[in-house]
Ligand binder design. Structure first.
Ligand code: HEM
Length: 229
């Protein structure tokens, strides 16, 4: 039987993703959650979910820049993000509101940050359900289109964070800035430039046949009619 093998980046991703939950449970067992334990748990699980969601969105730009191993952990990071969002939702619905559907409905209709958070979470559901290779094969090109919902989920989660903060919005705005960078890397023009730079970097770093000879000269017209800057 073939033994599963994990690369260093996969081990780092899995250990790193479990760590916040282990620390949270440890702190809970040691009564070290702060004056409002439920709020502390809500904030910690929410922050971890958002960080993991952004990290999974960072995998594609990282691959464009040459760090292709990032693609190996993209799905796992997305699934962990959903896991933490589920814990976040459970703490809010179960521990904070005691599953009181009437009160929860009032929250959902009255507080805009709850609507944004719920939207972010809801959009993650089809992504998780279709995250397997089987669904990827079955949906073909539509899989890629469907998984663009991750961008909207990221936007909704960031908006949720911006809206719920009452005074100092610097941290949520920093998250919004990072998200903007990650999403703009997907724009066709930026994507093309990043890919081109990576390819050229790889070409330049190859050893030349003769001293002083490089395989591509700056300013050369490439096949896709873009000039090397
Ligand atoms: C399912 C619907 C959701 C509900 C009802 C919800 C509700 C909440 C609540 C009540 C808070 C704490 C507000 C406070 O005490 O000041 C919070 C904080 C937060 N939530 Fe959510 N949330 C939801 C989904 C999400 C999702 C999907 C994400 C990210 C992927 C997320 C990320 C955050 C973040 C980053 C914080 C603030 C953490 C901090 O200030 O350190 N939430 N959420």
């Amino acid at each position: 039987m073939k033994r599963p093998s994990f690369s260093a980046i996969q081990i780092i991703a899995h250990v790193g993703a479990w760590l916040p939950l282990i620390i949270l449970l440890w702190d809970a067992s040691q009564n070290q959650l702060g004056v409002n334990p439920i709020q502390d748990m809500t904030l910690r699980s929410g922050k971890t979910a958002l960080v993991l969601l952004l990290l999974s969105l960072a995998a594609t730009p990282a691959a464009m820049l040459g760090f292709r191993k990032a693609l190996k952990i993209r799905r796992a990071l997305g699934l962990y993000a959903f896991g933490y969002a589920l814990i976040h939702l459970f703490i809010y619905v179960g521990l904070d509101y005691g599953f009181d559907l009437h009160l929860l409905w009032l929250e959902l209709t009255e507080k805009r940050y709850v609507i944004a958070g719920f939207t972010a979470w809801l959009l993650m559901v089809p992504l998780v359900l279709t995250s397997t290779r089987g669904w990827q094969r079955r949906l073909g090109r539509r899989w890629k289109t469907l998984h663009r919902l991750a961008y909207i989920s990221g936007i909704a989660a960031t908006v949720h964070f911006v809206w719920l903060v009452k005074s100092d919005v610097r941290t949520p705005l920093a998250f919004a800035g990072i998200l903007l960078l990650l999403l703009s890397a997907r724009l066709p023009t930026i994507r093309k430039r990043l890919t081109l730079r990576r390819r050229l970097g790889a070409q330049y770093s190859k050893p030349c046949q003769k001293e002083g000879e490089s395989e591509i000269e700056p300013g050369v017209q490439l096949a896709n009619s873009q000039t090397v800057p």
